[in-house]
Design a binder for this molecule. Structure first.
Ligand code: ATP
Ligand code: MG
Length: 283
């Protein structure tokens, strides 16, 4: 049987979540920091641990069949790969930022200015689209210190909370790109049965993350009101309690409107509400 290869970040912001996702998909492998390649013992897959910058090209060139990497890196390397699944972690934005109290107010004020970035390809396209002619200074790290050192007038860098910008006296000015981690594949691999199986597992893990399993008790006379509030996967499960006139309702509810839903359930007479995490949801 053929063995697929998936490239993930060796260390850094995406490593831990990528390893966790693959483990939650039921894949068994050792995560030694020293090894570059780790076989999965219960699926025909090998894991390659790489610098994130190298992952898109490895996948494009077929050295790896799959990869997990930020969209920012994919766009910067301009590779031709298939997006198999957005993963919902590693969320960040590539932003233009300027020193606090500087004269730049609109994008056109960047004409003739210099901008430091590690993302020259994405920035060049953004500036072209907005008819701005600026001098792009490519630097590989610590972009946020360059205005303070007099190296550039502005920067274009990845931001998640904005804390790094703030502590360097910079203010976000415009969004260039929103990014999150994505599972990519070599073009043409989308219909491979092993890939379909793996993506199905990934989706069942992601779906479970977005939902909670809820069990509650309700007097039978209030059951219709409760059922109207709960969709469940098909519909809620209702089982009678030993105490006459009472039932237990089992269902799943989305994480995003969790608290408002719990309050509605309580108002409709729900008691003894138990909430549990879900490991997987297979449809
Ligand atoms: P490598 O050693 O693998 O090249 P790196 O230093 O280039 O790692 P990290 O800083 O570990 O990269 O970030 C990896 C990815 O995490 C980024 O490409 C981006 O998609 C995502 N990310 C999420 N939040 C942030 C953030 N605040 N700053 C930078 N990257 C972020
Ligand atoms: Mg990198």
């Amino acid at each position: 049987m053929k063995t697929l290869k998936i490239a993930i970040q060796k260390s850094g912001r995406l490593n831990e979540k990528s390893v966790e996702l693959l483990k939650n998909c039921g894949l068994s492998f050792e995560n030694y920091k020293s090894s570059l390649i780790s076989p999965v013992s219960n699926f025909p897959l090998e894991i390659l641990f790489l610098r994130d910058d190298d992952i898109p090209e490895y996948v494009q060139d077929g050295i790896a069949d799959l990869g997990i990497v930020g969209e920012n890196v994919i766009n910067e390397t301009e590779v031709d790969v298939a997006y198999l699944q957005m993963l919902g972690f590693g969320k960040c934005s590539l932003k233009l930022a300027i020193p606090n109290q500087c004269s730049i107010k609109t994008l056109s004020d960047l004409n003739g200015k210099s901008i430091a970035t590690s993302y020259p390809v994405i920035l060049r396209k953004f500036l072209e689209k907005n008819f701005v002619q600026a001098d792009i200074r490519t630097i590989s790290g610590s972009v946020e210190i360059s205005p303070g050192l007099g190296l550039s007038d502005a920067i274009c860098d990845l931001v998640s909370t904005g804390g790094t910008l703030k502590s360097n006296g910079l203010t976000p000015f415009a969004d260039v790109l929103h990014s999150e981690a994505v599972m990519i594949g070599r073009k043409g691999i989308e219909n491979d049965p092993l890939i379909i199986e793996l993506i199905q597992r990934v989706q069942s893990v992601l779906r479970a993350k977005e939902t909670k399993y809820v069990v509650l008790n309700i007097e039978e006379k209030n059951l219709d009101a409760i059922k109207a509030l709960l969709p469940g996967i098909k519909s809620p499960t209702v089982v009678p309690l030993a105490e006459k006139g009472w039932a237990a309702v089992h269902t799943v509810i989305p994480e995003k409107d969790f608290w408002s839903k719990i309050n509605e359930l309580k108002a409709a007479g729900a008691q003894g509400i138990v909430v549990m995490p879900i490991e997987k949801i297979i449809l």
